[in-house]
Design a protein. Structure first.
Length: 432
């Protein structure tokens, strides 16, 4: 009979063989795969460090939240793997259905969605008891749909009626449905959509006109926030009924806190983030040694970047930024190498979505932007948001995998043609 040690060694060998086979079946940009692994490892470390206050509040152990995060990460990696094995042209086929499915979901969320943190952004799935933000699904569906439209309308892309309107109407509908509950996400989606249109050769005049129109409500919000701010007491004056509806008071308060930069309770989270960054220094306090995690609201999601800087210093914060920029660079390389318009637009759209979201999160943490509910992709603790992020990365890797296959076939054909040419030359020389 085999000894216990032999059985253990046999199990290890089988696991190694299975992992090797899985890696051999893994295609796409290897740098992006490495970035995914690195960011998820960072996520496990930082989330475990920052969930103490949440565990205490919910009367649970920190290990339960750690295992939950690890579970979501493993599921997310599986989603990336299976999504990248699918030919990216499949996503073009389901783009229209997926987009029009999101519209009633967004409407349902506005009316009947679960109210968490004073915002109706979530739908609760009854069987598995999981809440997810419909805006995450809508964002993914919209950019797949836009990529499809841009690739198919290049011949009329400069035309306002045939090229621009079919693009801007879906963007406008999605942003209008998301904005009442999540203005920052709506603004982010709108901005990235316009950037994608610019890359897709849409008439610049049309894009600038949309930006000009969008700036009108933004300027009105800033003016209202300034008008109803009491500089002496550093509080918001009584708002009329029309400005007290929905989340309008929250928007006004955030603009006031950002523009005033005071130490009132309204800017408490920003002040705590500043303390975390200031005390972190250049090299940080070390893993698990954050003190502001006990005072920061949502240190495991919205303000996880401040915890990273406190524990790993400005150097660690800079490394995180470089990782995201490297991800963007590799995605742009895929965009440049992809011979087909849909794949190219798809890769660049989804990569811009993730990287710009990351930059906005970092900017909020250092008070360059007003406070938003935007998380740090692949790093912040999350459920559905992490899974949709992984789906987007899987689609990008699907484009990269197909580009590699096409380049491999082209190289093989070139090599065969070269061999054939050399044989022909040899035969001609022999006859002479």
């Amino acid at each position: 009979m085999e000894s216990t040690e032999d059985i253990k060694l046999s199990g290890v060998r089988k696991a190694e063989i299975a992992a090797t086979k899985l890696w051999q079946r893994t295609r796409g940009d290897k740098v992006i795969w490495a970035i995914v692994i690195l960011l998820t490892m960072i996520s496990i470390l930082v989330v475990y460090s920052s969930i103490g206050s949440l565990a205490y509040k919910m009367n649970k152990s920190t290990e339960s939240y750690l295992f939950r995060q690890v579970g979501y990460i493993l599921l997310g990696v599986l989603i990336i793997y299976f999504a990248h094995r699918v030919n990216y042209t499949f996503y073009s086929k389901i783009a229209t259905i997926l987009f029009f499915l999101c519209i009633p979901l967004l409407i349902y969320t506005l009316k009947y969605g679960s109210n968490i943190n004073d915002a109706s952004r979530w739908i609760k799935l009854p069987v598995i008891n999981l809440t997810f933000q419909t805006s995450d699904l809508a964002k993914l569906a919209l950019f797949i749909y836009l990529s499809r439209l841009l690739s198919r309308r290049q011949n009329v892309i400069k035309d306002f009626r045939k090229g621009f309107l079919p693009l801007i109407i879906p963007v406008g509908v999605v942003c209008v449905l998301i904005a009442p509950a999540n203005l920052s996400t709506a603004a982010l989606i709108g901005g990235i959509a316009l950037l994608l249109m610019f890359i897709g050769r849409v008439n610049t005049k049309h894009i600038l006109a949309v930006i000009g129109i969008a700036m009108i409500p933004v300027m009105l919000l800033v003016m209202v926030a300034s008008h109803y701010y009491d500089k002496e007491t550093k509080t918001t004056k009584d708002l009329p009924a029309i400005l007290s509806a929905g989340r309008i008071p929250t928007w006004i308060k955030r603009v006031q806190n950002f523009s005033a930069g005071d130490n009132t309770d309204g800017s408490y989270q920003i002040q705590q983030a500043k303390i975390a960054i200031a005390t972190g220094g250049f090299l940080g306090k070390g893993p698990g040694k954050s003190e502001q995690r006990n005072f920061l609201p949502h240190p495991y999601s919205d303000f996880i970047y401040a915890v990273i800087i406190e524990e790993y210093g400005l150097l660690g914060g800079a490394v995180i930024m470089v990782i995201y920029l490297l991800f963007l660079y590799r995605s742009i390389r895929i965009f440049q190498r992809c011979p087909y318009a849909f794949g190219a637009f798809l890769a660049v759209a989804l990569s811009f979505t993730l990287v710009i979201q990351a930059m906005v999160n970092m900017a909020v943490n250092v008070q360059l932007f007003p406070t938003t509910g935007v998380t740090l992709p692949l790093v912040s603790m999350g459920g559905s948001s992490l899974l949709f992020t992984c789906a987007a990365i899987g689609i990008i890797l699907s484009v990269a995998r197909n580009v590699e296959q096409m380049e491999g076939k082209a190289a093989l054909q070139s090599e065969v043609a070269g061999v054939a040419d050399s044989q022909t030359d040899n035969e001609t020389t022999t006859k002479e």
